[in-house]
Design a protein around this ligand. Structure first.
Ligand code: NOJ
Length: 554
């Protein structure tokens, strides 16, 4: 293949498999109970053997961990407990030399309260330039002791916190995460510096946290929570998904495109469906997450609708679609599919507690069907990996890990738990350090403890045991990703009718077929199919909760 042919290949990210690492829980090289960057480097061959295209690192920056690292105190450094910038460079090298790319998380909506800017703002007088980088307001009530508005933080409780001297600042998430004011030139310039800083170090792309909330119209009088909720989401809402946020991303796009190859970005934007293409367009961030699959039940009709809707949506922006079944914010999919009504209240409505938006957070339930959940999770994963677009995997799902429900309250770390208070179990259960071996201190995570307690059942999921077991979930992921690499084809699919409401079948342009039985009754397979791969080995019937990949000549 000549150089010209290479230039015509679609960009790598369009159909990549991206593996999310939550750095503090992946591997601990220095035995302090907290995962670190040298730990990730020590597992680079594991990542290579898994067969992923890229690693996405959740925040590894200096942080007091008020929100698992999404409270960033310095955007251009590594938390000393996780390593150094030299370690980061070594990680980039370890991944690149093995043919993998690296994506880092950028958290632009808010800083940590320990960020020098916020410390400066606290020391400065009301109305000073230092306070203008954030959103400070006077309180209400005769002595200003009431918050400026009745707004709720996403994690529960008021969205305002009072500082000594009397003013209040806005924090849409934890108290320790003051919202930045994106009308400040200094804020904008600083993030451009940050994007360049990491791009210059060889980072291939960025995941943009809360991408839909940066710009705000804080013109007074501020509306009440109920008034805000009544407003249309038409790009003019004072706080959410404003059209003018794309002015920020247009500037970022220039930064991304000034590199060769261009740096990429994916938006975490919880917006109405028809507004997603704005974030995914080539003039903006280029790709956007859709979280529809992780909010769907293990159900053929729901999966088909989600897939078709999102392929149609991706076509309107020219981006590729993204698929996610698990991440660091939701109950692991093995557990969701093992519960009778995951994330639902008694009436079957999505559970939203105390204004907390994480529909599926909240630990597990005594009725968990562990094996059934794992089986359905494997089937859903193989279905997802057959789809056109990018799949985002979350560390530990390749081990079939369940949510850890049994974390004692005293060990919990997630602000959603404390601010609910205690009603929402929070997101710690999917962030427990990985088991690498069936025994030893912290199951091989490190030489000592683990910052969140690991349950005894982690032993059965350990990497070392699964590597040597051909029937393990890990081996299934490895084989699936290997085959996916070989089978990859154009970004389209064609549905094939199966005559059964609980069985989905789609075909990719090169004859790669994916069929999933979401029900319990076996489904007969045709005889002329060249079976590539299935959850349960070669078979003539497709059992319930099983996905099969095959090629068919015709
Ligand atoms: C989304 C992140 O995924 C979540 O973990 C975090 O708590 C919020 N953004 C706030 O940064």
């Amino acid at each position: 293949m000549g150089p010209d042919a290479t230039a015509e290949l679609p960009p790598w990210w369009r159909q990549a498999v991206v593996y999310q690492i939550y750095p503090r829980s992946f591997a601990d090289a220095n035995g302090d109970g907290l995962g670190d960057i040298p730990g990730i480097i020590s597992r680079a061959d594991y990542l290579l053997a898994l067969g992923i295209d890229a690693v996405w690192l959740s925040p590894f920056y200096p942080s007091a961990l008020a929100d698992g690292g999404y409270d960033v105190a310095d955007y251009r450094d590594v938390d000393p407990r996780l390593g150094t910038l030299a370690d980061f460079d070594a990680l980039v090298e370890a991944l690149h030399s093995r043919g993998m790319r690296i994506v880092v998380d950028i958290v632009p909506n808010h800083t940590s309260d320990l960020h020098p800017w916020f410390q400066e703002a606290l020391a400065a007088a009301p109305g000073s330039p230092a306070r203008d980088r954030y959103i400070f307001r006077e309180g209400t009530g005769p002595d200003g002791s009431e918050p400026p508005t009745d707004w709720h933080s996403m994690f529960g409780g008021s969205a305002w916190e009072r500082v000594p001297g009397g003013q209040w600042y806005l924090h849409n998430f934890a108290i320790e995460q003051p919202d930045l004011d994106w009308s400040s030139e200094e804020v904008r310039d600083d993030f451009v510096r940050t994007l360049r800083f990491w791009s210059d170090r060889g980072v291939d792309g960025f995941r943009i946290d809360v991408a839909h909330m940066l710009t705000k119209d804080m013109t007074e009088p501020l509306l009440s929570r109920h008034e805000l909720a009544e407003l249309p989401r038409d790009g003019q809402h004072p706080m959410i998904d404003r059209d003018d946020v794309h002015e920020v991303y247009a500037e970022w796009r220039n930064v991304f495109d000034s590199y060769d190859p261009p740096r990429t970005a994916v938006a975490e934007a919880w917006v109405d469906k028809e507004r997603v293409p704005l974030y995914a367009s080539a003039e903006s961030l280029g790709q956007a997450f859709n979280f529809d699959l992780l909010q769907a039940d293990f159900d053929a009709a729901q999966f088909r609708t989600v897939v078709q809707d999102n392929l149609d949506l991706a076509a309107t922006s020219g981006s590729s679609s993204t698929w996610v079944l698990s991440n660091h914010d939701v109950v692991r999919h093995a557990t969701r599919y093992g519960l009778p009504h995951p994330g639902r209240d008694a009436e079957g409505n999505p559970a939203r507690k105390h204004g907390v938006d994480w529909v599926l957070s909240g630990g597990t339930d005594p009725e968990l069907d562990r094996e059934g959940g794992e089986r359905r999770a494997r089937a859903a994963t193989l279905f997802m990996l057959g789809l056109p677009g990018s799949s985002y995997l979350y560390q530990g799902e390749e081990l079939g890990l369940h949510e850890v429900a049994e974390i004692p309250d005293a060990d919990r770390q997630d602000p959603t738990f404390f601010r609910s208070p205690g009603v929402d179990k929070g997101r710690d259960g999917c962030r427990v350090p990985l088991p690498w071996s069936p025994d030893g201190p912290s199951f091989g995570f490190g030489d000592d403890g683990s910052h969140l307690p690991q349950p005894p059942w982690f032993a059965a999921h350990a990497v070392s045991g699964q590597e040597s077991d051909p029937g393990s979930t890990l081996r299934l992921y490895q084989r699936g990703l290997e085959l996916r690499g070989i089978l990859q084809t154009d970004e389209s699919l064609e549905w094939v009718e199966t005559g059964r409401a609980d069985v989905l079948h789609f075909r990719r342009p090169n004859g790669w077929n994916v069929m999933t039985n979401f029900g319990t009754e076996p489904y007969p397979l045709m005889v002329d199919e060249a079976l590539l791969f299935s959850v349960g080995g070669p078979q003539h019937d497709l059992p319930g909760a099983t996905t099969v990949w095959f090629t068919r000549e015709s």
